[in-house]
Design a protein around this ligand. Structure first.
Ligand SMILES: [Fe+2]
Length: 249
């Protein structure tokens, strides 16, 4: 297996288990996969603002690529891509990422993710309490480019998976087609994670069916994403897109 700063050596049997579990359940929790060294690097370099950045819904502290003077997030993304690709498939590429600290009053309303976020991963590197995410079991066809909030029934809420990523664990799930949410954190909590996202473009883009106008170069393809996230390889994706169109016709 590739030498990695952040991911422990994991044998092929375990990788196969994760891969099959994800395929079957649309989520997987990979326990104790981060290295001690990797955890330390994240702890030392990700410094959250003391203010909560988003009081309106999430009540969270964010650390983005713009805050990241040492490019720790981009290094993390590059170093760990092999691991996600082993589980999801090599055709997946990384899109955007940021770090998040959930604190008291944080919550996350049930929603489906935006188009560039086919698979979400929560990489927990520091936490003083548990703060699980719930993933629903009902499949939603999603023809929206944007994130959409959805009213959830009590039945759906009860019939969900609780994914409890502790320090050193990575949880990943298909947030495009399955509702996911976090309950309001009533207690003082500090739960820190890198949230990183993956996609396999041409499975999801059916331009005929999309609810919003799909504009080439917008959303994931836009230039600001490309500058912030060089791994997106904007031009290559654009070329692939025209190939895909040719094949479809
Ligand atoms: Fe989400």
């Amino acid at each position: 297996m590739t030498e990695s700063i952040y991911i422990k050596h994991i044998n092929e049997e375990r990788i196969k288990f994760y891969k099959e579990f994800f395929k079957k359940n649309n989520f997987v929790l990979c326990k104790d996969v981060l290295t001690e060294k990797g955890i330390e690097i994240l702890k030392q370099n990700i410094i959250f603002q003391s203010d909560v950045s988003d009081k309106s819904q999430f009540c969270r502290r964010m650390f983005t690529v713009e805050d990241d003077k040492n490019d720790i997030l981009l290094q993390f993304q590059k170093d760990t891509l092999f691991f996600f690709q082993k589980i999801l498939g090599e055709e997946y590429s990384d899109t955007y990422l940021f770090a998040m600290e959930y604190v008291k009053d944080s919550h996350l309303t049930p929603h489906l993710d935006l188009i560039s976020n086919g698979v979400s991963a929560t990489v927990c590197y520091e936490a003083d309490k548990k703060y699980p995410i719930f993933v629903g079991k009902k499949y939603y066809t999603n023809n929206s480019i944007n994130r959409i909030d959805i009213q959830i029934t009590e039945e759906e809420k009860q019939n969900s998976f609780l994914i409890d990523a502790d320090v050193g664990d990575i949880a990943m799930f298909n947030g495009r087609n399955y509702l996911h949410w976090r309950d309001k954190a009533e207690d003082d909590v500090s739960y820190k994670a890198v949230l990183t996202h993956y996609w396999k473009p041409f499975d999801w883009i059916d331009k005929e069916k999309l609810k919003e106008n799909y504009i080439e170069g917008e959303h994931l393809y836009n230039e600001s994403y490309h500058e912030r996230y060089p791994s997106l390889k904007y031009k290559i994706l654009k070329e692939k897109n025209s190939e895909a169109e040719t094949k479809d016709n």
